[in-house]
Ligand binder design. Sequence first.
Ligand code: TMP
Length: 239
Amino acid sequence: MNVERREKLYEGKAKIVYETNRPDLIIQYFKDDATAFNALKKGTILGKGVINNRMSAALFEVLERAGVPTHYLGTLSDREMLCRRLEIIKIEAVARNIVAGSLAKRTGLEEGTIIKQPIVELYYKSDPLGDPMLNDDHVRMLRLATPAELIRIRRMTLRINAILRPHLARRGLLLVDFKLEFGRRGRKLYLGDEISPDTCRLWDSRSKERLDKDRFRRDMGGVEEAYQEVYRRLVPAGA
Ligand code: TMP
């Protein structure tokens, strides 16, 4: 495929999205920039862009093989991913298998508590508002997605969890929780964005050591090493 990078469409906290010479395709460029707490905390995680690009590609391929439609079409370089252009749905869907982060704060449950039946939460993708939590009625009121789309978003999120959890477990990683974004093209929904240690909580199965962005959020040190360890376990050599 002969695709050329064109104008910058949008720059986010961790990625830049470019138009291409094809109206139906975009390129995601993965940066090393890291932010937390709605960009109150800023930093750099050296090599993160390469790891998040390669790891997202590997996991999108796993999902595609299992029949989940994603925006992923291939990688063009260490930091560039070729994707279908989607109409973004401004909802962040979070799936949780183990209590951590904001769920521990909201419920008083201890981090590490197993959740018997995985749960899905919805957040409004809005930087000015700080991504507040939404329920189905808010989604309808704000017209972020139709009720039918919301059913599919929840179903796809749980299905993705059911695929990724054993895949990661085989590589010694507990999938604690993760955030997904979806987009539409016509009537079809696709998984968008990325799946990386920025957007997942991943703990070592045995030691429960945190191997994700919580090391940056909580000033735990060993951030780059954690990303590299996840990469080593998930991305086959030479990919
Ligand atoms: P939370 O416990 O802070 O709500 O985070 C839940 C999951 O969502 C966790 O895996 C990290 C991910 N996440 C993002 O990808 N982006 C965000 O802006 C936030 C707050 C969380």
